[in-house]
Write a protein of this length. Sequence first.
Length: 319
Amino acid sequence: MNKILCGVDIGGTKCSIALVNEKGKILDKIHTCAHIGKKEQELIKVVVENIKRIIRKNDLQESDLPGIGMGFAGHIRFPDGVIITTSNLKGFKNYPLREAVQSHFEIPVILDNDANAQALGEYKFGAGQGYNDMIFLTISTGIGAGIIINKKLYRGMTGTAGEFGHMIVEPDSELTCTCGNHGCLMACACGMALPYLFEKKLKEGKKSKLNLPPNFNMSEINGQLLKKGLEMDDPVSKEIILDSGYYIGLGIYNIFQALNPPLIVLGGGLTNWGDIYLKKIKSTFYELARDMIFDPIEITISKIIGDAGVIGAAALTLE
Ligand SMILES: [Zn+2]
């Protein structure tokens, strides 16, 4: 029988539980929002019940699975599966999530940061196949990343390696990151920065073709709206997309100098900005790296089809 993997992606707005085949294709998936606003013990109950449900629903036994992989947005102490911090869900500070879920199952439960899980998913099932080393960056509301070295996730001593979103790219920036520092890549170049950047352009006197109503709530400026702006040839949207591309290119240059990877894969919602975005990322990188590139490096978009979070979580059970 082909291997069936189980992945759980616990996010701030939804929790997905899926069975995935060994090619990374989702066989069955459950979404729930029942975990939101719940205390730790109740969240565990929601997660455990849904894992058991999906196993039963597909006529499987727990022992048919190699394990249960869980991805969680936050700092995870990988060796003991403890959530150190998370900004997406209340509570959970220094919480032993892996142990709590493990106590309900015989098969191994693995817990990792969601971006690490996605990096591994990309490596096993997506653009990373065939490589020994790669970097994965996911660019959406925030920026997450994962490092594959020698066919394995590199996690560092705690498990928090690859927090490239907190790499400082503009120390004098007015933009404050969720970490409290100024000018982190995440603060300058992803979803959370878009309302500020849009307003700033308007204050500079630039005119947007998006024609937002006067009472428009600027916090609703997001990647999708700017994509619409781009299609309308809106100069403000285009400038922000290019600025973001510049910062991501700069970040990739720094990563390249530190790790010299042959492949960088970009995922996350903002990659939907398409060619113009990827071109700016690449041109910035190549301008900075100039003659310091001695072997080809590929910068490409994620090849994972479907829910990358839950597919990545399932990939954790293949490690
Ligand atoms: Zn930061």
